[in-house]
Each structure stands twice: as structure tokens, then as C-alpha cells.
Write a protein that binds this ligand. Sequence first.
Ligand SMILES: [Fe+2]
Length: 229
Amino acid sequence: MPENHSYPLTVNGALPNDPNISATIIDTISKLNLSQMETENLSDYLFSTDFFEAPASTRYHLCCPHGLACHTLNVMNAIRPLSFQFGLDINRAVLVALLHDLCKCDFYETFSINFKERDRSRFGKDRVYTDYQGDFIWSQKRAYKVNEAFHYGHGEKSALIATTFLNLDLTPFECQAIRYHMGDFVNLPETSQVYAKNGLALALHIADLYASSSLDLSAEECEKYNILL
Ligand SMILES: [Fe+2]
């Protein structure tokens, strides 16, 4: 029997239908010791895009309305204890967590999808419904898909938005942390070298991984709580 190891971080995940998410994020921005221009640029950008309405993914973690803001808040909370462990400036760590997925703003769109009605209720068996003639019974639901308007990579685009559109005064290490936050999800051979030299990049990757795999609701949980699109 494998041992049951609990996670070392004790952070509770935010829920996407929590009406306080936007106020919490905006309040956090105001406490990050940014300049007034940076604070306004960042807050305005979040409200002028679909940041507070968009999902965090199309079909994985928090693939539901408000998922992106909820995931971002979970990463911001997850990086706080790491910043103490790693000896990082907590305000700058929370800032890069807030910025890391800006590339997903105005990135998803909705569409209708046809699916076969299934019976998942009986003893875990997955049975497709058919009508009396043996034809599948089809239904429709709304789903998310990616509609990228400006291809520039994932972390690269978030860093670009932060520095170019928002004029945030980020250090090269902060830009690098955002750029390399995906870890082994993108196949870059230099990633481990980056993490060896940049603790903020490693902390952001761990916080993002912890949030998306543990704090965020999964697609199944979104469906269970009926908060899908
Ligand atoms: Fe993320």
C-alpha cells in the first residue's frame, strides 16, 4: 500500500462562483506597492478584457465561467508560503502569480457541441442512450474553445502584455519566471537550468502546478457542482 502523503502547503482553493474574487484580486493589487500608474493599468486591463469571466482551460481545471480569475487567485495564494520558503519578496511573487496567465484574456470563445446522451448512473457503467429504432439520442451543450488573436507563445505572451501593454516595471528574473512557469508542460530543455538560477520561476511553476492540480476544481467537479458553461 502506498503511503498517503499530504501536500506540504495548506491553502484552500477559491471557488469560481465566489462573488468576492474580483474584489479580492483588485484589493490585493492595491497592496503590492506598485506605482499608481501600474495599479491603474493592471486593474483597467483586467476589467477591459474577459479576465473575470473567462475559464482557466477548455476542458481541464476550472473550465467554467470565472475560472481564470479563480485559478489566478489560487496561484497567488499558493505562492505566498513558497515565497517565505524561497526567500522571495512576497509582493513581487504575488504579482508574477497574478500576471502569469494574462495570455488567456480574450483567448477563449464559446460554441455549441453535439453529444450523445449517456447513462452514467448505473454501477459506474457508461451506456449510450438510443431511441426505439436504435439511433443515438443527441443533445447540445455549450463549450469553450481557443480563439487566439495574437500568437506569441503562452508565458511569453503574458510577459509581453505585462511589460508592453501594462508598462509594468518587471525585472528580467520576473519576466523569466512568467515566461518559464509551465515547467515540463512545454518541452524546453533549458527549463531546469532556469529553475536552478531563478527561485521565483520555480516557485511560480510549483504554485501554478499545485493550484491547477489540487486547488482548482477539475472538469468533473465543475460538472458535479453544475457550474459548467
Ligand atoms: Fe496558470
